[in-house]
Design a protein around this ligand. Structure first.
Ligand code: NAD
Length: 407
């Protein structure tokens, strides 16, 4: 998917064939074996990955995913998307991604900690504030980042807060980082609606995934006056035509971990949830959810890709033909890496900003990026995805040409 999208944008840019080949493969891909002692005494060996796609503009940046489907190909695709996202947002970063093939829900806190510390140790030469800066993604959170920061710092012999972002505020995390991705998604939606002379008030939204991104999107949309009519997680979904009580649902999930058992709505499967008539459909879970099978049946006015890679290229073509407005992942969910950038800057300067300042700077960057992408999409009569990728790829190409080839 990542390569198909890249090739289509590269064709339209008439990208230099040398640059094209260089950008199609990662700069560096690391596979590591992670033996971990489990609580019952036996040793289990997990596979870990870290891929640096490009670092022409600065250290590479990208999340760490803990999920049973993690593999080298997926991590490499996610790393490529990070390159485009950082370039599009004007951040001085390249793209990276990491992951461990595991089911974090089945690991105890101690097992997770040992796994995280071993993973960090195995990739220690390849991360650092000037090299590559991990952050949370699916299945990881601020606690995992704290263990990564501590392991790296133990090896160095002093505290290095800038080695990861998305860590707790007490050890150099940034205010506003946890909700940053969700806040950026909502800023993009508001800007897209403003274009049409509309606002979020009364808009019906459907959100797939209720983790960091999905839960924050739902909370912020509801707070802005939208009606969140359905949400789901890996186990189940809940639907209420009158709008779900999101604060009550957040409280329920904080206690029960899953949406299952929430009484104020009807059950809906993940498959049916995507087909509900709504103004805003927001996939915020895993990739590959909108396919050529369900794309013809989608009943949303706007598709907002909070997740990475939720739409296959075949589905994309169908949505385009159906006139469904798509805000692509590299733009819609870029709020996370934007505030990660703010966190890194604060760590390097040892000077911390107020939450309001962070929110304002984030929203300004999101709106500016949205307008730039929309302007190119309008002038070239192309999709928002094509426009976003063209802007990003052009910037990386210019950087690589300016730097030249070594030796
Ligand atoms: P998370 O682990 O916090 O939450 C993932 C959610 O998806 C959970 O509610 C889980 O139950 C649900 N889920 C898993 N499999 C599912 C399935 N098959 N069907 C429906 N729901 C399912 O992860 P997150 O950090 O919220 O990330 C979600 C997406 O957003 C990912 O695609 C990630 O790459 C992307 N993203 C995250 C960030 C970030 O800052 N965390 C930034 C940019 C993009």
């Amino acid at each position: 998917m990542a390569l198909t999208q890249f090739e289509s944008a590269a064709d339209r840019l008439s990208l230099d064939p040398n640059l094209r080949l260089r950008l199609m493969a990662p700069k560096r891909a690391i596979m590591v074996s992670l033996p971990v002692r489990m609580d019952d005494g036996h040793v289990e060996t997990f596979s870990g990955y870290r891929v640096h796609h490009d670092n022409s503009l600065g250290p590479s940046k990208g999340g760490v995913r803990y999920h049973p489907n993690v593999n080298l190909g997926e991590v490499a695709a996610l790393a490529m998307w990070m390159t485009w996202k950082c370039a599009l947002m004007g951040l001085p970063f390249g793209g990276a991604k990491g992951g461990v093939n595991c089911d974090p829900g089945r690991l105890s806190r101690n097992e997770l900690q040992r796994l995280t510390r071993r993973y960090t140790t195995e990739i220690v030469q390849f991360i650092g504030p000037e090299v590559d800066i991990p952050a949370p993604d699916v299945g990881t959170n601020d606690q995992i980042m704290a263990w990564m920061m501590d392991t790296y710092s133990q090896i160095k012999g002093y505290a290095v807060p800038g080695v990861v972002t998305g860590k707790p505020v007490v050890i150099g995390g940034s205010l506003g980082r946890t909700e940053a991705t969700g806040r950026g998604v909502v800023a993009c939606i508001a800007e897209a609606l403003r274009d049409r002379g509309e606002t979020l008030v009364g808009k019906q939204a459907v959100v797939q995934g209720f983790g960091n991104v999905g839960a924050n999107v739902a909370r912020l949309l509801a707070a802005a006056g939208a009606r969140v009519i359905a949400v789901s997680d890996v186990r189940s979904g809940v639907y209420n035509a009158a709008g779900l009580d999101i604060p009550a649902l957040l409280q329920h999930v904080a206690e029960a971990r899953f949406i299952e058992g929430f009484k104020q709505g009807e059950a809906v499967t993940n498959t049916d949830l995507l087909l509900l008539p709504c103004d805003l459909l927001i996939p915020a879970a895993l990739g590959g959810q909108i396919t050529e099978e369900n794309a013809p049946q989608l009943a949303c006015a706007m598709l907002v890709e909070a997740a990475n890679g939720p739409t296959t290229p075949a589905a994309d073509a169908i949505l385009d033909a159906r006139g469904i407005f798509v805000i692509p992942d590299v733009l819609a969910n870029a709020g996370g890496v934007v505030v990660s950038y703010f966190e890194w800057v604060q760590d390097l300067q040892q000077f911390f900003w107020k939450e309001k300042e962070i929110e304002d700077k984030l929203c300004a960057l999101m709106v500016e990026a949205f307008r730039t992408v929309r302007a190119l999409a309008h002038s070239e009569q192309i999709s928002m995805r094509q426009a976003a990728l063209m802007l990003a790829i052009r910037k990386i190409a210019q950087a690589q040409l300016a730097r030249g080839l070594f030796p």
